[in-house]
Design a protein. Sequence first.
Lengths: 270, 224
Amino acid sequence: MTERNERIVLRVDGLVKRYAGADRNVFDGISFEVPRGKVLVIVGPSGSGKSTLLRAVAGLEPIQGGTIALDGEVIETGRPGTERQGRAKRSSALRTKIGMVFQSYDLFPNHTVLGNVTLAPILVQKRDKAEVEAEALRLLERVGLADRADAKPHELSGGQRQRVAICRALIEHPQLLLLDEITAALDPEMVHEVLDVVLELADQGQTMLIVTHEMQFARAIADRIIMIEGGTIVEESDDPDAFFTHPHTERAREFLRTFEFTRHRHDHGA
Amino acid sequence: MQGAEILLELGVFPRLLQGLWVTVWIAAVSVGLSIPVGLVAGWLMTVRNPVVRAVMRVYLDFIRIMPQLALLFIAYYGLARAWNWNVDATGACVLVFVLWGGAELGDLVRGALLSIPQVQAETAYMLGMTSWQSFSRVILPQTLRRLLPASVNLATRIVKTTSLAVLLGVVEVIKVGQQIIDANRFQYPTGTLWVYGVIFLMYFIVCWPLSLAARALEKRWAND
């Protein structure tokens, strides 16, 4: 392992993805990397495959070409003809290294908040129950939900549920955290409480790969931002402010304009 | 109250209770065995392999299309004819009710499994759980809760359908009732209604607690 590799948590190289029965690729050789402690944000129009990209990294979708490497070790090599295969056959230990929070419905409804957070570390990582519970309560405290530890998911608001889901991913100490449009299903007033937690994680050096439609948030949190469309990266930047104020490509300009609202007032004055 | 005295006749109640016991025994064993069969069948109905799914489809359709009585005759008379395999009448009943209950419950399990959002299994996968941990700790508990109302309904249907066992000569509660009526035809010509009335109550007493328990659990699990 070279020293350069040690700095890179995730490296995606020449990733090719095709859906079963489709006549063209969703991705045609996408490459990017996420250095340790950095946040990469992926933006792009609906249907551009942002979530699919995240799911491929997670091992939830088979890939048909290219490689995915975690901590310098190749964990996935794409092969053509695998379109109909299910989830990747990754070891439990490997899967705990990548945490993920989904858009919604991912808390286990049959467990309490505390049970949701502690289930996997006890079951999968074989950690001590008391130690895990203590850590879970610290995490819940950090996101302001320690007093809801015994509640069931249905008793929580959408924003609270997403904060619990973040704790549940964090307790396994993942090398990489994947966030797939985690506020897309929330009422607007709950978006902030969730994204504030994510911003705090970024400050603490959590490596993250984020797909989001919240452009203000993307601009605030990203160390690097890429825009994908039509199966390729159309624009990438290490300077989020520059990306949002002076995009290089016409396509990125068009995309960013869709988030702006202007009323063209007519002057009816006599 | 004409004819009601038949119920006070010595031995009538104990004999009815004996008959009820046969009914409850057949139903309980059938329901008990249908649960594992149904869980496995339901799981097989959701696997990726199209051959397995097709086989399960044929099984379910065959059981649904055939009247239970025809299945009972096949099991009781047909098996002996074809392979010289003699099952006794009670055994034939249990066999048919398990095949039937397993198929119907399997279809309920299939529906319940498919109603659990995909993201639940995906989350379990991301947290590193094995397929078995994911199934036993996350998917199955939710499935069972969704299954409950319809499967209690199925259990009561099985209890009621055990009355077909009469036609194979099993002396269960209805048969006992007929025997009592026949034996007392001259002494209590109007006793029929009373005997069947008691049998009705007995079925009710067996099935009603099932419904009550199901309703109570459903309420407790409403939002989990």
